[in-house]
Design a protein around this ligand. Sequence first.
Ligand SMILES: [Zn+2]
Length: 410
Amino acid sequence: MSSTLRARLVIVPALLITGFSASAIDEITVSLSGNTAAATVSPVTLAGDMIDNVFVPRTGNALSLEPPLPPLNLGTFDIVISPGPTLAGNAAALAAFNRAALAWEARISDPITITINADLAVLGAGILGSTSSVLLQGSYTTIRDAMVADASNEADDTITASLPTSGQFVATIPGGTTLSPTLTGSKANLKALGFAGLDGAFGTSDGSITFNTTFAFDFDNSNGVGAGLFDFETIAAHEIGHALGFSSFVDSVNAGATSVQLLTLDLYRFANNTAADPGTALDFTVFARSQIPGVDAITDEINGVTPERRMSTGLTNVSFPGTDGRQASHWKADELTGNFIGLMDPTLAPGQFYGPQDSDFRALDLIGYEIAPVPEPTAILVAAGLLGIAGLRERRKTQSRRCEERGWRT
Ligand SMILES: [Zn+2]
């Protein structure tokens, strides 16, 4: 990045931090200014900053949701799995991985190809799978304007037009850190935003996914998931979600990053139930985005059926009291709230299986993907579907309470 992109930080004294309970954290609210220079998109290596997005196991009983819709063949959105030797030698695993890709392809219509390298290997204890996304970074204005332009033809994405300009942008970050005048997205995300030529410039891979061979997987959930086994297809779909762009820089802050470089989804991340929790589109423009681990945070889109969805707040860290022990690049864990939000939940229990939910597609919609609505089913299917969902919800509540009593472990 050129030197013209350095941040000029303006410290706003304690303006928007009322309501934070984590009083031990030194927080500052800063704005961006002077960030008018256009920049080409360039690769970014956040050495020592960006930790892999991981999916971890938990105790608990089986949850299963309706299997994903069959592909709607909307366009030419394509996820290509490039298997490493171990995955290539496991036909059942590779088939499950491709079904997971199909679940995303079913409702995404951007005419792009995403290439994901994947394999199985020994990972750290308590990690089911891990994703390293190829990240690209541009000036705040370059990426923000692309997000606004991409959503301009989508009637349900009007909030995107209220994303702050560089002159309006404010974020709350830890004291001692600086706010970068950039936005970062996964390479897949930037393809969806219309940036062209990225494969040629930066290589074809959009990310690498690794599954932990330490765990026992079920590679075919069509007849349920075997006792004590983890559903490979669910983990694959979850990790693909990270590669597509479901991530937060809060995890990097938690890991010690001193230059705060927001990711695209972070533009919707606010402190929940505080003075900085927006209620109107104008609030959404001018309120501070929250980048503090341990702060109860939401992805907020102001309007719609579900205007707010809670997020995880970070791995346990003595520097940031209040973290919930889950990577911030996820929805809030259902075992903590009794409310299952979607596939990008941070934990998975043996026997559980589910695909991407409306919430997950919606998050991608907000960062620049074209998401097709679910087609109207017949009346008979509506009735059957409602019954099925109602039953699952009730079981879920019971299981979540049981899980909380047992506690969570990795
Ligand atoms: Zn994850």
